[in-house]
Design a binder for this molecule. Structure first.
Ligand SMILES: [Zn+2]
Ligand SMILES: [Zn+2]
Length: 315
């Protein structure tokens, strides 16, 4: 590192609004304990909280003595020093009462979600869902780095690969975990295909790749839609069928024509089955997804090269 870049780094640390300053302000066990003590002290019974605006300044929180007892710091000098580092940033003080600021609330949620530190894993387990390509039961796993996969042990098809905070897998049965993944998958794909980044709220651009890709032993069973954030680089590669499944018109069709609407998104044949999707034209690119109800009703959905639905025809 050059002297000039050293100086730049120091200058940046002095600026209170940089990411480095925010991270360093929390880089201490005692400060995180104080943050947790305040966060854990909040109301958890929804019946006791009819409404609370974000910007309320009603006095609530913990007194100095309560906060110090809950944070369990014996040395008062150490406690005072670290509390002082947080006040006016992650903590607000009014009178003798301390509470989390909105930034403090966000930091507390980050700690609870465990996204930057938790190493929990889940061993592979078989699910009741079948592979859309070969009908083998799909296997779920959460092997490392807070990534969840649903994959066919036979043909290598992978209907779901999604980021999932470590907290999501703690104290949940396999079935509950699959439900969490399903809802997150729907929410994430819905937002991203609407052009909004799930992670940073930035701008997302999309492109359809008509030939199902395969890489590192992972197979795609349908053309995929690349949903790529222009700001943070966040990316997902859902099948065309999965993007179609999040559209309200298709959801409404399934409500009216399917026996069980509550099935997981990867259990609808049109989201994974290779023969549910046809490349109708290549220039301009148009991909057709055939959605079928349990009563035989059919919906023909056409998607353009950006993954946008151009036509929904019932047949
Ligand atoms: Zn398979
Ligand atoms: Zn982003």
């Amino acid at each position: 590192m050059t002297a000039a870049s050293d100086r730049d780094a120091d200058d940046e640390d002095e600026d209170e609004t940089t990411p480095a300053a925010a991270f360093s302000r929390l880089a201490n066990d005692t400060r995180v304990e104080i943050l947790r003590a305040l966060g854990d002290s909040g109301e958890r019974d929804p019946r006791q909280m009819p409404y609370k605006p974000f910007d309320t300044d009603e006095p609530e929180g913990l007194s100095y003595a309560e906060l110090r007892a809950r944070a369990d710091v014996a040395d008062s000098g150490r406690f005072n020093y670290h509390l002082g580092q947080l006040v006016d940033h992650f903590i607000e003080k009014s009178g003798d009462t301390y509470r989390l600021s909105w930034l403090g609330v966000l930091a507390f949620r980050f700690v609870i979600a465990g996204v930057l530190h938790d190493q929990v894993t889940v061993d592979p387990f078989e699910t009741d869902s079948l592979c859309g390509a070969c009908e083998t039961p799909l296997e779920a796993c959460y092997p490392s780095e807070q990534l969840f996969f649903l994959q066919c042990p036979d043909c290598g098809s992978r209907p779901v690969g999604i980021d999932l905070p470590a907290h999501a897998v703690r104290n949940r049965s396999h079935e509950e975990l699959l439900r969490v993944v399903d809802r997150r998958e729907r929410g994430q794909i819905s937002l991203l295909s609407d052009g909004i980044c799930y992670w940073c709220a930035g701008r997302v651009e999309a492109a359809v790749h008509p030939s199902p890709a395969s890489r590192a032993g992972v197979q795609r069973t349908q053309p995929t839609v690349t949903l790529l954030c222009q700001d943070c680089g966040g990316v997902r590669f859902p099948t065309v069928g999965t993007v179609v499944a999040t559209d309200p018109r298709i959801v409404a069709f399934l409500v009216n024509h399917a026996d069980d609407c509550d099935r997981f998104v990867w259990e609808w044949p049109f989201t994974t089955a290779p023969d549910a999707v046809t490349v109708a034209s290549t220039d301009p690119l148009r991909v057709r997804v055939d959605v079928e109800g349990d009563d035989g009703a059919q919906l023909r959905v056409v998607v353009d090269d950006s993954g946008t639905i151009t036509t929904v025809d019932s047949r």
